[in-house]
Every structure is written in structure tokens, then in C-alpha cells.
Ligand binder design. Structure first.
Ligand code: ZN
Length: 284
């Protein structure tokens, strides 16, 4: 029997630009269109950032709300996850969009040095984001950039700030953070089993590591993430034409591992989220 895998598409991110890949969706209209194509290709979870009129990353809550409205209309039932990442804004404003009750929000449970900057997530900010997510019934996706963040997540569960079972994502292949190495991946998985038993998980490989992280996840019962936020290329030296093309590539790997893309209902049930019907009728 094939086991369903949730396909996350990270459509835009904070870093890439149209100069890097013209297919990168920046405006809300482009984001909705690109996500719809990815949804039709089999993605069931959209991880989204918003950009301002100049295309720069921002945390504008109204833009998140508009994007959510478009996605609910054009991608019925798809799980919507807002980024609360550090490049989008400063301090508590990073959680300003959570009041619109996306199904999920990203949550980093620690800080790490990237190659040229600190990815800073202060303890007080992490607590604040957890409280906002609890208040608005938003499930966190715990972003693991380093081992300590797994242990920090367990502490947050102990303190009642995150509900178990948690959903975590291992982010691998960012210079300065976790290397995309199979031995590291295996170690993280065994730690996860001990520290957060029953958690669901995804591994996101950045840049050229995207496919191998997809393969490790599929082989080990995890879920997968793809999209232009993490990787601009469909193969060495060739720009991806769309987010949907990356989704198709990830799904094409699945039969080798006896996996298939989860449906919207399966994905929601695997993550313990409200049903697609409840999500669509809920007022923002
Ligand atoms: Zn992101």
C-alpha cells in the first residue's frame, strides 16, 4: 500500500528575485496563479511570504489576508501556512498576520548564523509567536536550523506553548546551518523520535539539495517540500519554469519509494488540522 506524503510548495520566500528566475511569483495575483498551478499538480500545503510594491520582503498583514483570500478561492482546501520569518519584519510585527487564522504559521525555535547575517529569533519573540498561534488556532511548523531548536521545541511543548503532536521541518543545506548530509539527517530523525515522539516532519533541502532531501524524506516516512523559495533550478543550470514544475518533479520521485501525494483531506488529517470544509467557511 502506498503511503501519502504531503507536498509543501514554498512559492516565493524572502530572498529570490525575478532577476534570479522570472517565474518567481511576487505580486499577490502572481502568487495565487502560481499556487493554483502547484495545487493542481498535487501540492496540498502552500508556505507563503508577501512582498511590498517594490518586491521587497515585508510582513504586511493585509497582504497576507488578500493572498489567503485568493488561495482559498482558487485552491479549495489547500493548507495555508504564513511565514513569520525574520527577513519579513522586525520583532512582534512578524506575527501580525496570524490574526487572519491561517491553518499554519512557520516558527523558528532558535537563532542561527547564516553566511552573512544572524537569523535572529529571541526567546521572548518565540514565546509571543507561540501565544499568538494558540490564540488564533494556528498550528506551528517548527523550523529546525540546528539541533538545539528541536530541544527548544520540546521545552515549548512542556510549557504548554505548543500543542503536541508537533510538526517540524528540518531545513538543510543553508551555509552556516545544518549541512545536507545523510548522516546528519539520520541523526536528526533519531533525535526527533526521542525528543518529540509522534511528531510529523518534513525535510527541506535548499538549492541543489532539494531533490536529495525529498528522497530521504520519502524513504523514511516524512513529507516533502519544494518550490522556488528554496531552489530556482529544475536541473543543473536550468531554471524551473514554475512552482508547479518543481512539484511535478518531486511527485515523480514518489513511486520509487511507494509513496503518493496526499489529498487535501489526508494532509489535513495527518497534521490534525480543521477539515477543508471548516477552513473554507471560517470567517477571517
Ligand atoms: Zn519561507
Amino acid at each position: 500500500m502506498t503511503t501519502p506524503a504531503i507536498v509543501t510548495v514554498a512559492i516565493t520566500g524572502n530572498v529570490p528575485t525575478k532577476a534570479d528566475n522570472p517565474a518567481l511569483p511576487i505580486t499577490i495575483a502572481e502568487q495565487v496563479e502560481s499556487t493554483q498551478e502547484a495545487f493542481e499538480a498535487g501540492a496540498t500545503l502552500a508556505h507563503v511570504h508577501v512582498r511590498d510594491d517594490e518586491g521587497k520582503p515585508c510582513s504586511d498583514a493585509e497582504r497576507f489576508a488578500k493572498l489567503q483570500e485568493g488561495l482559498k478561492k482558487h485552491c479549495p482546501g489547500m493548507i495555508i501556512q504564513f511565514s513569520t520569518g525574520a527577513r519579513g519584519g522586525k520583532g512582534n510585527e512578524r506575527g501580525g498576520s496570524l490574526k487572519y487564522r491561517p491553518d499554519m504559521g512557520s516558527l523558528s525555535t532558535g537563532s542561527v548564523n547564516f553566511s552573512t547575517r544572524i537569523y535572529d529569533n529571541e526567546p521572548a519573540l518565540i514565546d509571543y509567536l507561540c501565544e499568538e498561534m494558540l490564540k488564533y488556532d494556528v498550528k506551528p511548523e517548527i523550523e529546525i536550523f540546528d539541533l538545539a531548536m528541536l530541544y527548544n521545541a520540546a521545552k515549548l511543548i512542556e510549557r504548554g506553548l505548543i500543542k503536541a503532536p508537533a510538526h517540524v521541518q528540518f531545513v538543510m543545506g543553508i551555509p552556516g546551518a545544518l549541512p545536507a548530509k545523510e548522516s546528519v539527517f539520520k541523526f536528526l530523525l533519531s533525535e526527533l523520535g526521542e525528543v518529540l515522539p509522534g511528531a510529523t516532519w518534513t525535510a527541506a533541502g535548499i538549492g541543489r539539495h532539494q531533490e536529495i532531501c525529498n528522497r530521504w524524506s520519502l524513504a523514511n516516512g516524512g513529507h516533502v517540500r519544494t518550490g522556488l523559495e528554496d531552489n530556482l533550478l529544475i536541473s543543473k543550470g536550468v531554471l524551473a519554469k514554475s512552482n508547479a514544475q518543481l512539484v511535478e518533479k518531486t511527485i515523480s520521485l514518489m513511486p520509487e519509494y511507494d509513496r503518493r501525494p496526499a489529498t487535501v483531506d489526508e494532509a489535513r488529517s495527518l497534521l490534525g488540522l480543521r477539515s477543508a470544509e471548516d477552513a473554507s467557511t471560517q470567517a477571517a
